[in-house]
Design a protein around this ligand. Structure first.
Ligand SMILES: Nc1nc2c(c(=O)[nH]1)N[C@H]1C(S)=C(S)[C@@H](COP(=O)(O)OP(=O)(O)OC[C@H]3O[C@@H](n4cnc5c(=O)[nH]c(N)nc54)[C@H](O)[C@@H]3O)O[C@H]1N2
Ligand SMILES: Nc1nc2c(c(=O)[nH]1)N[C@H]1C(S)=C(S)[C@@H](COP(=O)(O)OP(=O)(O)OC[C@H]3O[C@@H](n4cnc5c(=O)[nH]c(N)nc54)[C@H](O)[C@@H]3O)O[C@H]1N2
Ligand SMILES: [Mo]
Length: 763
């Protein structure tokens, strides 16, 4: 490269460290969370306290003095802001005007304070009463065909409101229960289930403390689950080897300073977090894993020939798995040349990874959106499982497969009945407990809902949290259609862009945040949530609510259900609202194996583990065994490489939580100031004669699969260390580029990590 070529951006500090504390302080100042904020943070993730509203990482039984991270603190402070988005604010601004604001500016108005109704005559949200809102929404829902109405959930609402929301949907007459996990770990729910019979991870914290190698694919703990960094660091310190697969060199997987370790904070040095960093190209994991496994088999052959201990667990393979021979044939037939081409990684690097696998007794596989958000994401999960199966690395201490979940209760919502698939709903229990017949046909997942919306079949929408119109693919098309719905109802803490797309009748129902007191007839209510390791914890808020008008999510679901459904003796909405322990009793009766004595066990330190069959080597698959995947492709992207076509990775920064943008600093990547950027290899910039900051536009290149013009302009190009053929930029700004039909083949999870695009110079 020439001397004056653009230099890739990077952050000189380690993940964690003082930078993370400054990150918290800045948000606190901006958000004016008040003097009680620190006291509230000290209760976060502790028994008897409230559970973090950010990610779904474990709350350990012996919490640290401050058991929260930069992002958990930001999320809490963001909820506890003293700013208020009042009826006066809505009186000052028409909804059309607010549609021109960006998401950050909308949320910065603070907490919603009153139930609001959209008035089409003035194009404004106007204050209303809860009674009026419930009655009018109930009347409208009764008038609509239930099958044309969707009840969305965004992964944050606790088990209690989620359980009731699912019952409400089914009693009303549909299974249209998409949730944010449809855009996230649905690939896990379907793909992992297919191969090991479990829709969630098999590991617990104990496994993380006993593994000696971790294969870490497509997950960014520094940004998205910072509390995972400390257990990873402890693993490294006891000799565990971490192999990372990621197109970007993410800081948290490179070096980390524990902000809660005073010695390391003052004296350093930072902990080096990986033994091998493989910068795969987008979707390159399938080929890369095949390369790793080729090496493991070679080492096994050598060991066998020399009479040394084997690298494969033959007993396990014979007793517990199926499909190994077909996969072996695929492995042998795949050349190193193909592997290097499709993975973007060299043979020696992959062989080193194979050596690490073969040299470890207990291996864990950890993964995130870099694996799930691809057209062949389910297959990539299958390949990771193949690797683990080779040496029996599932269902024993220190080993297993661990998807890192996103929203704080996204896994739990699925556990308690939020699903569009009838086969996953507790249909018999609904009949027994509530005389409730579940509608027989499957409902909409997120993609099916958006399809219905674009075809004019969706008439009503109720959102229990979330910002769905911004989070979905193809969102510029979605925005026009959204306003055609007869009814839109949002249960929310803060104003967002989806709320500014009111249907013909539209309501904004403000709810309590998790850190706030939830006073009902029987006193302040606890709720429960589930983490990535299938532990269930009680959570209780103690802060004064942001406004006297707020209701809890549970109370709002009960209010809506009562106003919509005819009286049924066994649907006791008032009693459930009065005392949430009654809802937990129902959850326990619905799934007694997992939730027995829930009201007691939820308060034990570290919560309770609801168990996992695959963890015990019981495989609830079609074959009754763990199934090897025989891949049909070597790259997870749905549209392959071609001249001038790049694969775009849509990213999150440490200064956002999904569509909630706290600020414009992506500190861990050394990127500051703007989110309208495209990261590009310096070589690719030089080839085009571009300099940092030059204006560019991205256009989707569907290889002729549809005629739709999808483009996002107004972007600036920034040099960044990326594999060949790769671009990166931010979610949700770049969502208009993701075609709705470009999704995982099994689960329909949008493929937001390998979007085929072209880059065009100019604004
Ligand atoms: N601060 C913060 N925390 C969050 C969130 C947030 O927005 N902000 N969101 C929450 C939610 S809902 C979720 S689901 C999780 C998401 O957390 P993650 O699962 O970490 O998701 P992403 O940051 O979207 O992408 C993860 C990584 O995948 C890499 N990647 C992209 N393509 C590929 C590929 O083809 N192969 C491989 N191996 N890697 C690839 C990217 O470079 C990135 O580092 O975080 C949760 N926590
Ligand atoms: N291109 C691209 N698209 C993606 C992704 C990607 O990586 N790339 N990631 C996908 C993923 S993993 C996910 S999970 C989805 C996220 O999709 P969503 O879950 O729909 O979006 P969020 O941004 O998490 O929702 C934020 C809003 O939730 C409301 N809210 C916040 N807290 C609460 C609360 O306690 N209660 C209630 N009732 N409301 C609350 C606020 O109004 C806030 O504006 O986006 C997906 N879309
Ligand atoms: Mo997510």
């Amino acid at each position: 490269m020439a001397d004056d070529a653009p230099q890739p951006k990077s952050y000189s500090g380690a993940a964690g460290g003082w930078g993370s504390l400054r990150g918290i302080a800045r948000t606190e100042l901006k958000e004016r969370a008040g003097p009680m904020a620190l006291a509230t943070l000290q209760e976060q993730n502790k028994p008897g306290g409230f559970m973090c509203v950010s990610c779904a990482w474990v709350k350990p039984p012996e919490p640290h003095l401050l058991e929260f991270c930069e992002n958990g603190a930001k999320a809490t402070l963001w909820d506890l802001t003293t700013r208020r988005c009042t009826p006066e604010f809505f009186a000052r601004h028409t909804v059309s005007e607010l549609r021109g604001w960006d998401g950050h500016a909308l949320e910065l108005q603070g907490r919603l304070t009153h139930p609001m109704r959209y008035d089409p005559a003035t194009d404004r949200y106007v204050p209303t009463s809860w009674d009026e809102a419930f009655a009018a929404i109930g009347t409208k829902l009764k008038a609509l065909d239930p099958k044309a109405v969707t009840f969305y959930t965004s992964g944050k609402a606790a088990l209690e409101p989620s359980y009731l929301y699912a019952i409400f949907a089914r009693a009303y007459g549909h299974n249209n229960l998409p949730d944010s996990s449809n855009m996230c770990h649905e690939t896990t729910s379907v793909g992992l289930k297919k191969v090991i019979g479990s829709s969630v991870g098999t590991c617990t914290l104990d496994d993380l403390r006993h593994c000696d190698a971790i294969f870490h694919l497509g997950q960014n703990p520094g940004t998205n689950s910072p509390r995972l960094l400390r257990p990873l660091k402890e693993a490294v310190e006891r000799g565990c080897k971490i192999v990372v697969f990621n197109p970007l060199r993410e800081k948290g997987l490179i070096e980390f300073i524990d902000p809660q370790d005073p010695k390391q904070m003052t004296l350093g040095p930072a902990t080096k977090m990986n033994h091998l960093y493989l910068q795969v190209r987008p979707g390159g994991d399938i080929a890369a894993l095949i390369g790793v496994m080729k090496r493991v088999l070679e080492l096994d052959e050598q060991a066998k020939a020399e009479g040394r201990p084997r690298k494969l667990d033959e007993g396990f393979l014979a007793q517990h798995t199926t499909g190994f021979d077909a996969f072996l044939a695929k492995l042998e037939a795949t050349s190193w040349e193909e592997i290097e081409h499709h993975s973007g990684v060299t043979r020696p690097e992959l062989e080193r990874a194979g050596d690490i696998y073969a040299g470890a007794n207990n291996v864990m596989g950890i993964y995130g959106m870099g694996i799930t958000q691809h057209v062949h994401g389910s297959q990539a999960i299958g390949l990771l499982v193949n690797l683990l199966l080779l040496n029996g690395n599932i269902g024993r201490r220190g080993a297993g497969c661990s998807p890192i979940r996103g929203h704080s209760n996204v896994q739990g919502q699925r556990t308690v009945g939020i699903t569009e698939k009838v086969e996953l709903a507790p249909v018999d229990k609904y009949r027994e407990l509530f005389d409730l017949e579940t509608p027989p046909e499957d409902g909409h997942n997120t993609v099916a809902f958006v399809e219905a919306l674009l075809e004019g079949r969706a008439k009503g929408f109720v959102g229990l949290g979330g910002n769905l119109a911004m989070a979905v693919p193809d969102h510029s098309r979605v925005h026009q259609a959204w306003r055609e719905m007869e009814l839109t109802v949002h249960i929310a803490t803060k104003l967002n862009a989806t709320h500014c797309l009111p249907g013909k009748e539209a309501w904004l129902l403000p709810c309590l945040a998790r850190a706030e007191t939830d006073m009902q007839e029987s006193g302040n209510q606890q709720v429960t949530i589930e983490d990535s390791f299938s532990h269930i914890y009680g959570s209780i808020g103690r802060r004064d609510p942001a406004s006297e008008q707020l209701k809890s999510e549970t109370a709002i679901v009960c209010g809506l259900a009562k106003a919509t459904l005819p009286d049924r003796p066994k649907l006791r909405w008032d009693e459930w609202q009065a005392d949430y322990s009654r809802i937990r009793d129902l959850i326990a009766r619905t799934w007694p194996d997992q939730f027995h004595e829930m009201n007691v066990r939820m308060n034990q330190p570290g919560g309770f583990y609801r168990g996992n069959a695959a963890h015990e080597r019981v495989w609830k698959t079609d074959s009754g065994k763990a199934e090897f995947t025989d891949p049909t492709t070597l790259n997870s992207c749905g549209i392959g490489q071609a001249e001038g076509r790049f694969h775009l990775v849509t990213l999150r920064s440490n200064d956002q939580f999904n569509t909630t943008i706290y600020g414009h600093s992506d500190r861990l990547r050394g990127l500051e100031g703007s989110r309208m950027i495209v990261l590009m290899r310096p070589e690719d910039m030089v080839a085009r004669g571009w300099r940092e900051g030059d204006p560019v536009r991205l256009e989707t290149d569907t290889d002729g699969r549809d005629e739709e013009l999808r483009a996002v302009g107004g972007l600036k190009v920034v040099p960044y260390d990326l594999p060949e053929g790769t671009l990166a930029g931010y979610f949700p700004e770049l969502n208009p580029l993701v075609p709705l039909w470009y999704h995982d083949e099994l689960s329909q999870t949008p493929a937001s990590k390998g979007v085929p695009v072209r880059v065009v110079a100019g604004p």
